[in-house]
Write a protein that binds this ligand. Structure first.
Ligand code: FES
Length: 581
């Protein structure tokens, strides 16, 4: 591997703010002095932005106030000048209608913070679902040296001597409560014990999926993604991350030097072998397109066909991220994937992925399975096409009841979320375990924001009969901690006139996972007649950020990025970074 020549201090981007002799630089220096820094604190040193997504309303990042001090310690030690820059937090449990509405806003904020301030490199502090892709998307577009510091999973939940998993056990016990199998007191005990430390969700949900993907891409220090948030080794990793970014600036090691089609294949394969979240499809495609790499949903399907699920983690398996860490973590996990990964890919510490996992050992072969004893032999995710989803749809076969892989049944259609909430538990709803529940208007524009509504509830009258899974279809996403036979991301979405908008009660819908098909058995002529009288619902926003969102959001198959933020368009129109005065 060729070593990049080291930068000189006057070649630093921040030199334009601090190093030159003019009135504006005087202002920058005098205002830095105002904050108590002597010029020897920063002169000739890389200025490192720490983009911190802490907030009082994000429990997954509640340790970031402390961690940012540890990152700063590393930056100081390595001869850099740390500057903390808070950014919108995107707190998954609280933000309505969905954090996905704001993923691109955080990506823009990250990019513009880096562009408009005297930054030479950055540490990206995220972990709660959308924060990871958003920060990385922004950093890719700005293309300054960048390293990701994952929040780390929270500890296992605890209830009546059992371990609880974020999300997965919420859905499970909620269904049991509705079916009358547990008491209100039991339910309260679940509430008290399911989230008992800082850190992101500790199932293989979107957070663990995306931080692991970031590590497989080479954007974190080796092993960083698996360390539980409260573990002292997480604090040590934060300091090491701060140290490393300073050298990355001198080496001028940028995202464009790390991210390749092969490194994205590594990330996709890692996600599939982890039994990771379907949300990763949307995020990884958006990240790749920012990097100018043409990753599409067919690539996920092609890799899924040859990638077994080796991580025995909920929702597809049994264990939680704390167990995964004790079993050896992601480094050990990657060694199990052998020839499925390209270990020659460069990472942010300057070494290859292969060098980073060298010597890693699996300490529990039931948590991290070998290739010859997978949790699921293949099909961690599957991409479906058909007359119901010409642009594609997604299902997670590893987390559904196997008999539903091939299924045919009549549709029970809800025109939007409120309609579903009002009628789903109606005793008179004409639904059986063979019905197919369909939700419209839940996509990027329709909901809007493509919320995680895709694990549509099973009607109460079926729950009490013991039904725990049935075929469900929507243009929504699904939480990575969810499970069930849920067809998601139907593209084009119903709000823009996709075929999902044309489904009516009683239409027969057919799913065939092995054939990768999702169809409604309605003639083309009939569908054309329905389309002719279909009217697009009114837009959900008439002012503010929502208008910008609706005007520029793209469909799920291309990652739901804003059209004007994609790399090729930006480069063509902008001609590189504008001169800053
Ligand atoms: Fe933050 Fe799940 S709520 S990661």
């Amino acid at each position: 591997m060729t070593q990049s020549p080291r930068k000189k201090p006057e070649e630093l981007r921040s030199h334009r703010w601090y190093g030159i002799k003019d009135l504006r630089a005087f202002g920058h220096r005098s205002r830095t002095a105002q904050m108590g820094y002597h010029r020897s604190d920063y002169a000739g040193k890389p200025v490192i932005a720490i983009i911190n997504t802490w907030s009082d309303i994000n429990p997954c990042h509640s340790h970031f106030k402390q961690r940012v001090e540890e990152v700063k310690r590393g930056i100081w030690q390595a001869g850099g000048f740390p500057v903390e820059m808070p950014a919108i937090s995107l707190s998954e449990p609280f933000q309505k209608p969905t954090t996905m509405l704001y993923r691109n806003l955080l990506a823009m904020e990250c990019e513009e913070l880096l562009r408009s301030y005297p930054t030479d490199g950055c540490v990206l502090m995220g972990g709660c679902d959308k924060t990871t892709p958003a920060l990385i998307m922004g950093a890719i577009s700005m293309n300054l040296p960048a390293i990701f510091m994952p929040a780390g999973p929270m500890l296992r939940g605890d209830y009546n001597g059992e371990f609880l998993g974020s999300g997965s056990d919420t859905w499970k016990y909620w269904a049991e409560l509705r079916a009358g199998n547990i008491t209100e007191q039991d339910w309260q005990n679940v509430e008290d014990g399911i989230a008992r430390s800082p850190g992101h969700c500790m199932t293989m949900g979107t957070a663990s999926t995306m931080t692991s993907a970031a590590e497989a891409l080479g954007l974190t220090l080796p092993g960083a993604a698996s360390i539980p948030a409260p573990d002292s080794r997480h604090a040590q990793m934060a300091t090491l991350t701060g140290k490393r970014i300073v050298d990355m600036v001198w080496e001028d090691l940028k995202p464009s030097d790390i991210l390749t089609a092969a490194s994205f294949d590594n990330a996709v394969t890692t996600v599939l072998a982890l039994g990771g979240s379907t949300n990763s499809i949307v995020h990884l495609i958006a990240m790749a397109r920012r990097a100018g790499i043409d990753l599409d949903i067919e690539r996920f399907d092609a890799l899924a066909r040859k990638t077994p699920v080796l991580a025995n983690l909920r929702p597809s398996g049994k264990y939680l991220m704390e167990d995964f860490f004790y079993a050896g973590g992601l480094r050990a996990f990657l060694t199990q994937l052998g020839g499925l990964l390209d270990f020659t890919q460069r990472t942010c510490n300057g070494r290859t992925l292969g060098e980073n996992v060298e010597g890693a050992k699996v300490f529990n072969a039931d948590v991290i399975r070998p290739l010859d004893n997978p949790v699921v032999a293949g099909d961690g995710l599957a991409v479906l096409k058909g007359n119901l989803a010409p642009g594609g749809a997604v299902i997670k076969p590893a987390a559904m009841e196997p008999q539903l892989r091939k299924h045919k049944g009549p549709a029970v259609v809800f025109k939007d979320y409120n309609d579903m909430a009002a009628r789903i538990d109606d005793e008179a709803l004409p639904v059986t375990k063979d019905s197919v529940i369909v939700l419209q208007s839940a996509g990027p524009q329709g909901a809007p924001g493509m919320p995680e509504w895709g694990q549509l509830p099973i009607p109460k009258k079926l729950l009490v009969q013991g039904v725990r899974d049935m075929l469900r279809i929507s243009d929504a996403r699904m939480s990575g901690t969810s499970y069930g036979a849920c067809v998601l991301h139907v593209t084009p979405e119903s709000h823009v006139g996709g075929p999902l908008a044309l489904v009516r009660d009683g239409d027969i819908i057919e799913l065939d996972v092995d054939a990768r098909r999702i169809d409604m058995l309605v003639s083309d002529e009939e569908l054309a007649q329905r389309k002719a009288v279909w009217k697009q619902p009114a837009p959900k926003f008439t002012r503010g950020y929502g208008v910008l969102y609706l005007k520029h959001i793209q469909q799920a198959d291309t990652g739901c990025d804003f059209d004007f933020l994609e790399t090729e368009k930006a480069q063509a129109e902008q001609g590189g970074e504008p001169e800053i005065h």
